[in-house]
Design a protein around this ligand. Structure first.
Ligand code: 5BU
Length: 264
């Protein structure tokens, strides 16, 4: 199926090249799954990507939680991700003023050189998006920012009003790929989708085939419901990386997410 057919208005309205790249990869793989690869060793990460790479469209990392991180090994990881045609998404949740966020795209981890997508809070104001985009531009790379409009964890302080403000700024900003929404609450997601409209993406953590409460305040909703409610990408971590057979489970998430998109 063509991406334009599967994605409809999301495809025709897309501005950022990264948005179309994601939609194409998702179509090719028939999967709206972003793997939250929260393993803390390089070997564990490499094994995981090797197993589930064919069934996912994007790889979400937390580069600063790896015990034996080195630039050399990380380069290998990025190469492996590329072999599997995955978008690389560093969930750094930048929050500082524009120029510091830009500088934090460099440093030891040099996120600007390998990430396709990063997350940011809008708490410091709209210039953070320009800061992050200019870091990619200096490396002649394209990227997209996902702004946190909602979170999946209980008791978070992102109120309705705050969320609305984030969306109002974000939809006007070309460097914004879309928003993080709360995958555990389809009703909240529907409201978010109404505010966002049909152009920008919504990516959702807090989804699991086993719905309910997770560890330390995490909450899980059903991935199928999340996509029907307006999510364009389901972010799944422990549901896959802690499974006995990660590949088999990743395949299930892929099937559920793709079916939901087609039915949407
Ligand atoms: P889990 O194992 O599926 O619960 O992992 C969820 C991942 O999504 C984890 O990497 C979090 O950092 C990330 N996440 C989240 O859970 N909730 C949020 O609101 C945001 C990110 Br933003």
């Amino acid at each position: 199926m063509q991406a334009s057919e599967a994605w409809g208005e999301r495809w025709s309205n897309a501005v950022l090249p990264m948005a179309r790249r994601y939609m194409e990869v998702a179509c090719e793989k028939q999967s709206l799954v972003c793997l939250a690869a929260d393993r803390n060793t390089m070997a564990g990460l490499m094994d995981l990507i090797g197993e589930v790479g064919p069934y996912i469209a994007a790889l979400k990392t937390h580069v600063d939680l790896v015990d034996d991180w080195s630039l050399e090994k990380w380069t290998e990881l990025c190469n492996l991700a590329q072999e599997h045609n995955l978008l690389i998404f560093e969930d750094r949740k930048f929050a500082d003023i524009g120029k510091i966020s830009k500088a934090q795209m460099g440093g030891i981890y040099d996120i600007r050189s390998w990430s396709d997508i990063v997350t940011a809070h809008l708490i410091s104001g709209p210039d953070i998006v320009d800061g992050l985009q200019s870091a990619w531009q200096e490396k002649d790379r394209e990227g997209g920012v996902l702004l946190l409009a909602q979170m999946s964890s209980r008791g978070n302080l992102l109120t309705e009003e705050y969320s609305e403000n984030v969306v109002n700024v974000g939809v006007q900003s070309d460097g914004v790929l879309g928003f993080i929404g709360n995958g555990s609450r389809p009703e909240e997601l529907k409201t978010l989708r109404m505010r966002v409209g049909e152009q920008k993406m919504i990516w959702t953590p807090g989804v699991n085939l086993n719905v309910g409460d997770g560890e330390m305040g995490q909450r899980y909703g059903d991935p199928y419901e999340a996509v029907l409610a307006g999510s364009d990408c389901i972010i799944v971590g422990s549901g896959i990386h802690r499974a006995d057979n990660p590949a088999e489970v990743a395949k299930q998430y892929a099937q559920v997410s793709w079916k939901a998109l087609i039915n949407r």
